[in-house]
Design a protein around this ligand. Sequence first.
Ligand SMILES: [Zn+2]
Length: 73
Amino acid sequence: MQPQLLCIEKACDYCGAKLEVTAAEVGGEARPHRYACPQCGKDYEVTAAGNPHVRVLKPRTDGKTGSYQQTMF
Ligand SMILES: [Zn+2]
């Protein structure tokens, strides 16, 4: 049986880094998993069966080195 992988390419809304997110699509119940942009730490969510793995395809493009600040209410 072949493992089924979900593969998403996404640009980070905050820093512009291009990310590749892979996660198992089978082998469990699909539910939202949180992952963070490795370049700035902004939180995202993906619906998959397994924990997502994030790879940076292109570094951030905003020219900053700071981390995304989550706004707490
Ligand atoms: Zn980012």
